[in-house]
Design a protein around this ligand. Structure first.
Ligand code: ZN
Ligand code: ZN
Length: 128
């Protein structure tokens, strides 16, 4: 996926796409697929999907601490939604074939989010 496409996507899905530590954008082709699925999800919902975090390069402190970089280095996003919108987003993600769904719905409302990624095996968990 090139920078042009990510800018184009951000017209539909606003937010922070680049790695927070270096500003690098995700070049993995799987990320393009995730964007397509997010566009499909967006069409099913009557509210916007703010991307709070997406790409983390292998040098990002969270990824560097792991034995090998996790889904955020491949194709993953955090969408800032809570309560009703979080429910609707999870339902739409399940319908759209998103396999990895992390539910982060504790603490202050504005800090809550849903993690979505394109792992191969279906999994839902509480956490980032
Ligand atoms: Zn980085
Ligand atoms: Zn995450």
């Amino acid at each position: 996926m090139n920078i042009y496409n990510q800018n184009k996507c951000s017209n539909i899905l606003s937010g922070n796409w680049a790695c927070p530590c270096c500003g690098e954008v995700n070049q993995n082709p799987r990320f393009q697929l995730l964007i397509c699925k997010l566009e499909q999800i967006s069409e099913q919902l009557d509210f916007s999907l703010p991307v709070e975090q997406a790409y983390r390069c292998s040098f990002h402190p969270v990824e560097a601490a792991k034995a090998q970089p996790g889904p955020h280095s491949i194709a993953a996003v955090h969408i800032s939604v809570n309560r009703y919108k979080a429910y609707q987003l999870v339902m739409a993600a399940l319908r759209t074939g998103i396999n990895g769904i992390g539910v982060n719905q504790r603490g202050a409302l504005q800090q809550r989010y849903i993690h979505l990624d394109l792992r191969d095996n279906r999994c839902v968990w509480l956490g980032a």
